[in-house]
Design a protein around this ligand. Structure first.
Ligand code: SF4
Length: 493
């Protein structure tokens, strides 16, 4: 069977000319932001692992390569996010018109299955680790269903490793992305997670030995865990870090504020090679936190989180949401001031976005505050609902101002100076400049297909970081001293 698995370009990646550059129309003026060349489509590689070895499978990621549309595979599978939905449906309609069987899955399909079903022969709701193999069995028996909903028997125990051989590593800055859990133990109002995992388990892990085997199979030293909450299951994480400790790896991941403060798990992570962490601070206002259901952050000392990670030599990518109920027009300056003064390395700002299927959407819809159902505008950079404590214009302008201010040279310098050691300040400064103020350089690197050669350069730019108070390593300690490879890309989500 000939199978084509497609990740259509997100609308925010598809600036005018972005797709044209893959369409044989010569060099385009559109710049290619590095954040769309970070991670390969691991979810599609995971689906490919369920197919037979005799199947002819191809994965196409429209962010990094041209999508040919003149073929006629036996099966096309498309991953649908909210801001690539229109493009995904157009591709689906195109292939169906050619008589190709088309299946759709992903976050947006799970939120709005009726909308997606108009463009597909089959839709998948929720994680497809159990339902995609079931679909393949039905397909081979000649009776595929129109809808597969994951509600029972969710597990990663028997899930094969993703087909990384189908991924073109050279097109990505961080090809060693990896996922060892599904979901998250928390229930934030604005998060897709509860909608995607509705009707069954919403947090579970791989077996530790399987995760370590997968890690062992990856070349190089650097890993990026794309799990929503790497520290969410303390026992799993502790065993994972114990196994990782002897492997000489360096990794990045995401975790919550409370997990950083609880017990000594984050120390074990740092010993195992953790070098940067995406942390969902979201807001400094307890009222806004409570209303957003982010109760795990309530009463937590954010300053302690930053100090603890800094002492461990772990850089922080802080996530912040603007426009939550309870936010006023001063939220932007207060947030940027806090982040810069505490030494947050990179910040990801979002405008609160009520994705369909989430509790936030239900609440906003019930109170008549949804402004548009043009899903392409749901990119967390545009105001799509009526804010409460400020005007739409204040929210929109404040969002862009926060980015400008946080990444201004004075604030980069201020944030870099907040660290407890000079080497970390230098690393922070170099990293922030390189990451956030060198887009034209990244654009050139991507066009020149030179990302692979950039990785060692990044390693060289970023200095080795050791824990505060740790002495220069002795000869005995030498084997455990790891150089730092830092990339700290923004999370895709
Ligand atoms: S926002 Fe983060 S912590 Fe909250 S439910 Fe989603 S993944 Fe979990």
């Amino acid at each position: 069977m000939k199978v084509k698995l497609i990740l259509p370009a997100l609308i925010e990646a598809a600036a005018p000319g972005f797709l044209a550059q893959f369409a044989g129309e010569g060099r385009s003026a559109a710049r290619r932001p590095i954040k769309y060349s970070l991670f390969p489509p691991l979810g599609l590689a995971q689906l490919a692992a369920f197919l037979d070895v005799e199947d002819d499978v191809r994965i196409v990621d429209e962010h990094v390569e041209r999508l040919e549309l003149d073929d006629v595979p036996d099966l096309v599978g498309i991953e649908v996010y909210i801001t690539n939905a229109r493009r995904a449906y157009a591709i689906a309609d195109h292939y169906r018109a050619r008589g190709v069987r088309v299946v759709l899955g992903g976050l947006h399909v799970t939120s709005l299955p009726e909308e997606a079903a108009r463009h597909a022969d089959t839709v998948f709701l929720g994680p497809a680790d159990q339902t995609f193999p079931e679909f393949l069995r039905d397909l081979r028996a000649g009776r595929p269903k129109a809808r597969y909903s994951s509600t029972r028997d969710r597990s990663l125990a028997d899930v094969p490793l993703p087909r990384r051989d189908l991924i073109r590593r050279e097109l990505y800055l961080v090809p060693n992305s990896i996922v060892v859990t599904r979901g998250c133990p928390h229930h934030c109002e604005f998060c897709y997670k509860d909608a995607f995992f509705a009707g069954g388990r919403s947090f579970y892990t791989r077996r530790v030995d399987a995760a370590l085997r997968e890690i062992d199979s990856l070349p190089g030293r650097h890993l990026y865990f794309l799990d929503d909450h790497l520290l969410g299951d303390a026992r799993f994480a502790r065993n994972l870090f114990a196994g990782l400790r002897g492997m000489g790896r360096l990794f990045q991941g995401a975790a919550t504020v409370d997990a950083v403060l609880r017990g000594d798990l984050v120390e074990r992570a740092a010993e195992a090679g953790l070098r940067s962490l995406f942390v969902g601070f979201e807001t400094l206002d307890p009222t806004a936190l409570r209303r957003a259901g982010k109760v795990q952050n309530l009463g937590r000392d954010y300053d302690r989180v930053v100090r603890r990670l800094d002492e461990l030599g772990v850089l922080i990518n802080g996530s912040f949401v603007f426009g939550l109920d309870g936010d006023g027009p001063d939220v932007f300056e207060r947030t940027v001031d806090w982040a810069a003064s505490r030494g947050i390395t990179t910040a990801t700002f979002h405008i609160a976005t009520p994705y369909p299927g989430t509790a936030l959407y239900t609440r906003m819809e019930a109170s008549g505050r949804i402004l548009t159902r043009d899903w392409e505008r749901y990119d967390t950079r545009q105001v799509v609902f009526e804010p409460q404590g400020m005007t739409r214009a204040q929210l929109q302008d404040g969002y862009w101002r926060a980015y400008r201010d946080f990444y201004s040279l004075p604030n980069i310098f201020r944030a870099a100076s907040a660290h407890t050691s000079l080497s970390r300040s230098v690393k922070h400064f170099a990293y922030s400049l390189g990451w956030k103020r060198c887009e034209p350089v990244w654009d050139w690197v991507i066009r020149a297909r030179a990302l692979t050669r950039t990785r060692p350069l990044l390693e060289g730019v970023l200095a080795t970081v050791r824990r505060v108070g740790e002495l220069a390593p002795s000869a005995e300690a030498e084997p455990r001293r790891l150089p730092v490879v830092e990339t700290t890309p923004e999370r895709a989500a």
